[in-house]
Design a protein around this ligand. Structure first.
Ligand SMILES: [Cu+2]
Length: 150
């Protein structure tokens, strides 16, 4: 029992510095009159406890929220989330029609080829700033199509 406790204590500092892996982040190119944009990515969690994104920030927007898109009675709507929860030893996919980071109040519509620094704030872990490329929506949707339905 005593050796177990020591082992647990030794592992604590390690997990405190573990980072969430962000895979293939992207933001769709904005139409000229866009008021808000979604940011999409896959968040991977190697820890054996859930990890939460509780807020986000990027320059060039009035405010940033965490959202989930849902269909209700044929109506498309977005529901503000307190956190995006990445399950233990699992991943959370942010994609059109589901979870996303909502960039609201676009100061200058970003174009394909731009890169936006996006800071993700985690509960109990250091924040991470990731570089998110802006891409043409049609291209990305085509690439994602084979991935859907599983
Ligand atoms: Cu949204």
């Amino acid at each position: 029992m005593r050796s177990l406790l020591i082992a647990a204590a030794l592992f604590l500092p390690l997990s405190a510095y573990a980072e969430v892996k962000v895979v293939e982040p992207w933001i769709p190119e904005a139409p000229p009159n866009a008021q808000a944009l979604g940011a999409f990515m896959v968040l991977e969690n190697d820890e054996d406890r859930e990890v939460k994104v509780v807020s986000a920030w990027a320059p060039g927007f009035d405010t940033i929220e965490l959202h989930k898109s849902v269909e209700e009675n044929g109506m498309h709507k977005m529901i503000k989330q307190d956190a995006l929860v990445i399950p233990p030893m699992g991943s959370l996919e942010l994609r059109p029609g589901s979870y996303h980071v909502m960039l609201i109040g676009v100061h200058k519509p970003p174009k394909a080829g731009d890169v936006i620094p996006l800071r993700l704030d985690f509960e109990g872990l250091p924040s991470q700033t990731i570089q998110v490329p802006v891409k043409k929506r049609a291209e990305m949707m085509k690439r994602m199509a084979p991935m859907q339905g599983h």
